[in-house]
Structure formats: C-alpha cells, structure tokens
Design a protein around this ligand. Structure first.
Ligand SMILES: O=C(O)CCC(=O)C(=O)O
Ligand SMILES: [Fe+2]
Ligand SMILES: [Mn+2]
Length: 232
C-alpha cells in the first residue's frame, strides 16, 4: 500500500495578530521583493532569492502531469483550527520520471552547495484557490537551513515577518513557474506565509490566487542522524 506521509509535523505555528502593514509602506527592493523598510531587504539579501521563469511552460506541464493522478486521490483538508495550512492536500514523493528528476536536480543545484545532505523526499503541496498558509517557521528538528520551492499553476505572495519585530515584513512575489529559496535568517528569524486570495497584493497590485501547487526541496538539519540521511 502506498504510504502517504503527512508533513504537518514539519511546521510549528507562529500566529500573530499584528501583521497588517499596508503595501503602501512598501519600498521596492527588487521586482519580486517589497519590504516595510529598505534596510530589511538589505538584511535579508543573500538569504532570499526568487527566480522568476525558472520553469518553462513545458516543464510545469511535465511536473503537473506527473503529480495530478496522485493528488486527485487525496481530499482537500479544510477548517482545522490549529493547522498552519488551510484548503490543501499534500504528499511527499520519492520517485520521479527522468524528465521530472532532471528538473528537480536543477532546483537542488540552484539551492544547495555540493555535498549538502538533502531530504530525498520532495514535499508536494496543493493549495486550492481559497487555500492559504498561516505564518510559521519550518521545524528546525526536521529541516535544515534551506527551503527551495517551485511554484506551479498560480502566482502568489509569500510574506516573511520578523519574529523579533512584527512590523518588519518582506513580501515576495512568487510568480507562476518561479523558484524561491529561503535560507539562513529568512528561514530561521522570519515566519513565512502564503496570503489568501483576498489579501493577495504585492506593492498594492492584486495578485490573483488560483489553485497552486508547490514542489519543495529541503536539506537535512546539521544534527540529523547520519544513519537516517539519504542522499538524492
Ligand atoms: O507552498 C509553499 O511554497 C510553502 C509551503 C510551506 O511553507 C511549508 O510546507 O512549510
Ligand atoms: Fe513552511
Ligand atoms: Mn489542517
């Protein structure tokens, strides 16, 4: 029987009530980055990267074709009061077609220096149009310093908020077919979230959300038991 791994234990929720900085405050730090203050963009330089158009239309299609049959067997989960993610279905995938493996290798090469031990399971998260992800930090017990995600089917806005000061936020425009990479400070010192359709604005411009699939590669934490490590 195929085993479906649940990835929710990867996330520990950091909910907050004061994340209402308006986009008009935004200072453009790049075509895909908007921040509450320019100094924030500087602080995160090197720890946040978005590569628009990382995937061709054909590559997006290849990944979706491979993922759809498995996803269709799952039901979207909704209205879990304590969950970080709403309106989602997810799985972890080990085996990929040759075409898809080549795409994922490009992601790994872009995100991780050679020799960094990575999780061989790739996390696949399907958010329905009304789905969204609340602020959280990925588990430091199970995931290492780097999170690299491909964005399929829909553009979205990812908001990073400083744990230290909730007024320090950075928005990332995650266009359809982009790759984003969060490392270091962006991964450990800021929560990340995917805004819901109603709140999905970047620099004051609406970014309409639709169903979105993300395909996420992670590395292992330094402390991971070497016996559990499986290199891709
Ligand atoms: O969908 C994404 O790009 C991010 C997902 C996420 O934050 C998570 O699974 O921890
Ligand atoms: Fe996350
Ligand atoms: Mn839930």
């Amino acid at each position: 029987m195929a085993r479906v791994f649940r990835a929710l234990w990867w996330r520990s929720l950091r909910l907050s009530s004061s994340q209402f900085a308006t986009e008009t405050q935004a200072a453009r730090g790049g075509s895909w980055l908007a921040a509450a203050a320019p100094v924030l963009a500087q602080r995160l330089a090197g720890d946040v990267e978005v590569r628009p158009g990382f995937l061709s239309r054909q590559e997006e299609e290849t990944l979706c074709r491979e993922l759809e049959p498995g996803l269709r067997r799952l039901r979207y989960e909704r209205q879990h009061w304590d969950g970080a993610i709403h309106g989602f279905r997810e799985t972890e995938k080990l085996r990929w077609t040759k075409e898809s493996s080549e795409i994922l290798q490009r992601v790994r090469d872009a995100a991780f220096p050679p020799g960094v031990p990575q999780l061989s399971l790739v996390h696949v998260l399907d958010l329905e149009k009304s789905g969204y992800i609340k602020p959280h930090i990925d588990s430091i017990k199970f995931c290492g310093s780097t999170i690299a995600g491909l964005c399929l089917l829909s553009s979205s806005v990812m908001r990073l908020v400083s744990e230290e000061n909730q007024e320090d936020w950075v928005d990332l425009l995650l266009e359809r077919r982009c790759l984003y990479i969060l490392r270091g400070r962006a991964r450990y010192e800021f929560t990340h979230q995917i805004l819901r359709d109603e709140d999905s604005f970047f620099n004051g411009q609406q970014v309409s959300r639709d169903r979105r699939i993300s395909v996420i590669c992670r590395n292992l934490p330094d402390s991971a038991d070497p016996a559990q490590r499986s290199l891709p």
